[in-house]
Design a protein around this ligand. Structure first.
Ligand code: HEM
Length: 131
């Protein structure tokens, strides 16, 4: 007999495709940041420093995974610490958010998943801008 699958028990992390899904999202989100005129200047220098880029991507993956119900522990800095001194503006925050949601849509993630991620990002706004 088929046991009906209760979709409400599927974590956001699983719906994002687990570790591999999150990694491919982060790769494409960072690429989008590098091509977004509002924030590219913040991210393009990382092209010249692949090791630093990889560390930042690893932290971003862990952060995303830990925040969406995955098994990973986040070992990066807190949001105010990571963005301190950058003086990130509201427009930059909106541009980054837009890249994240657009990339999720391109990866086929539905409205519900995008809304959940948006809610998390929104809750962090005050910790990121003008930190
Ligand atoms: C939209 C919500 C955002 C989230 C959830 C977020 C999250 C993160 C996380 C988890 C890290 C890794 C911290 C670490 O390596 O210890 C990070 C690093 C970074 N973030 Fe954000 N961020 C956001 C928005 C922004 C914006 C708007 C900018 C600039 C326009 C920005 C610029 C950076 C940079 C340059 C780093 C790398 C710092 C470094 O390697 O020294 N972030 N962010």
């Amino acid at each position: 007999m088929d046991i009906p699958r209760d979709l409400t028990n599927v974590t956001l992390y699983e719906r994002l495709g687990g570790s591999a899904g999150v990694r491919s999202l982060i790769d494409d989100i960072i690429e989008a940041h590098m091509q977004n005129p509002t924030i590219s200047a913040r991210f393009l220098p990382y092209r010249e420093d692949p090791e630093r880029l990889e560390t930042a991507k690893r932290h971003l993956c862990d952060f995303f995974a830990a925040g969406s119900g995955g098994p990973d522990r986040y070992a990066g800095r807190t949001m105010p610490d990571a963005h301190r001194g950058m003086n990130v503006s509201e427009a930059e925050y909106m541009a980054a958010t837009d890249d994240i949601l657009t990339t999720m849509a391109r990866h086929g993630h539905d409205e519900a998943a995008r809304q959940e991620v948006l809610a998390i990002i929104w809750s962090l706004k005050e910790e990121i801008i003008h930190a």
